[in-house]
Design a protein around this ligand. Structure first.
Ligand code: PLP
Length: 396
């Protein structure tokens, strides 16, 4: 038989899958394991939003919508972006998609020709690197160290640019690091992007989950010239605990939004009509529940960071947003713990799961070797027990 597509074959299965598969197998076998791998809130979708979804079905809102989404949803996105992020879009500049992940894919589809380079700051969300490859682009990874608070500097960005560079992916606040760029830092990066005529795919899906009273600075809100080269990615999955509803959106210039909408119309077709209706409720009704969830995440973060830094052998810097923390395990490399030799983050995660009964995600898949990611989108009881187990595992 003839060979499959080379582009398709180059796409890697998620590197986080091996640990996750083992975790699920152990759980199914009745082993008392605790998972910190989840990339989704443990909260249920708020009742008012669910009620809108149910009403949508009962009212027969069950048909195709325009490919880019209903005008009602696109207007709700515009209003929310203006209110929360201070950036003004028109409904024809918004494209609703089946999840924010698909919005990233379509943004790259709209921008990238085969061979174009896309700068990807590491640590990065696992899907970005594969998405770049899926559109025929070439990922150029630029690493930001823990000492740099995992944040790309304008100098490092400038050094990575070549005549082939077309775009950069920025994720703020970041999965997996939880770090957040402030306005000044963004301005430094934006200047390099404008000077070098780069597009910016800016994924701000965690903008509603920021802590310590910080003010979130949205990238396209910096200036008109920044906005016109930005494709803003956002969605309801994280802030509204709606991961399974599959609604994301992109905001961009008229031209880019039109190209993306054409892709939607010939691939997935419009996102679910029912989910779009529920998302309108999420974006337009009281944001009180969202604030309750945000506060719960902040409390968990405070607890996890303090305990982690008190345990010998590991450390972390304090995340400023999202619901992840990167634990530095450099000091453990080369040691034998509970009979297992720790050579890297993968062997640590494997041993911690098998002997410590806790699942965390190895950092290598995020371009961050010698780190493991804990998600604190889980109950405080689980967090306490997970850290007790870490202490015991390392002491043994
Ligand atoms: C940075 C980032 N962007 C996008 C997504 C995907 O969101 P969605 O579930 O809406 O596709 C995730 C999910 O983990 C994420 O962490």
């Amino acid at each position: 038989m003839k060979e499959l597509s080379q582009i398709a074959q180059a796409v890697q299965a998620s590197t986080t899958m091996a640990i996750d598969a083992l975790f699920k197998q152990m759980k199914a076998e009745g082993v008392d394991v605790i998972g910190f791998g989840a990339g989704e809130p443990d909260f249920n979708t708020p009742d008012e939003i669910k009620a809108c979804g149910i009403a949508a079905i009962e009212n027969n809102v069950t048909r195709y919508t325009p490919a880019a989404g209903t005008v009602e949803l696109r207007q709700a996105v515009c209003d929310r972006m203006l209110a929360d992020c201070g950036v003004a879009y028109k409904p024809n500049q918004v494209v609703a998609t089946s999840g924010a992940k698909h919005a990233v894919y379509l943004a790259l589809r709209a921008l990238i020709n085969p061979g174009d380079e896309v700068i990807l700051p590491a640590p990065y969300w696992v899907s970005y690197i594969e998405l770049i490859k899926m559109v025929g682009g070439v990922p150029v990874v630029v690493t930001a160290t823990e000492a740099e608070h995992f944040k790309l500097t304008p100098e490092k960005l400038a050094q990575a640019i070549t005549p082939k560079t077309k775009a950069i992916i920025l994720n703020n606040p970041s999965n997996p690091t939880g770090m957040m760029y402030d306005k000044k830092e963004l301005e430094g990066i934006a200047k390099v992007c404008v000077d070098n005529d780069l597009y910016v795919v800016c994924d701000e899906i965690y903008y509603g989950l920021v802590y310590d009273g910080r003010k979130f600075a949205s990238f396209p809100a910096l200036s008109e010239e920044v906005k016109e080269r930005t494709i803003l990615i956002n969605g309801v999955s994280k802030s509204y605990a709606m991961t399974g509803w599959r609604i994301g959106y992109a905001c961009a210039s008229d031209k880019v939004a039109k190209v993306m909408a054409n892709y939607v119309s010939h691939s997935t077709g419009s996102a679910s009509a029912i989910s779009q209706k529920a998302s309108v409720a999420a974006l337009t009704e009281s944001q009180e529940k969202i604030e309750e969830m945000r506060k719960a995440f902040e409390e968990r973060r405070d607890y996890i960071v303090e305990r982690m830094n008190a345990i010998p052998g590991v450390s972390c810097i304090k995340p400023e947003g999202a619901f992840y923390v990167m634990m530095n395990i450099e000091q453990l490399i080369g040691k034998t713990i509970q009979g297992a030799e720790i050579t890297d983050d993968n062997s640590f995660a494997d041993a911690f799961l098998k002997k410590g009964l806790v699942a965390v995600v190895p950092g290598a898949g995020f371009g961050a070797p010698n780190f493991v990611r804990w998600s604190y989108a889980t109950s405080m009881d689980n967090i306490k027990e997970g850290l007790n187990r870490l202490e015991k595992f390392l002491a043994g």
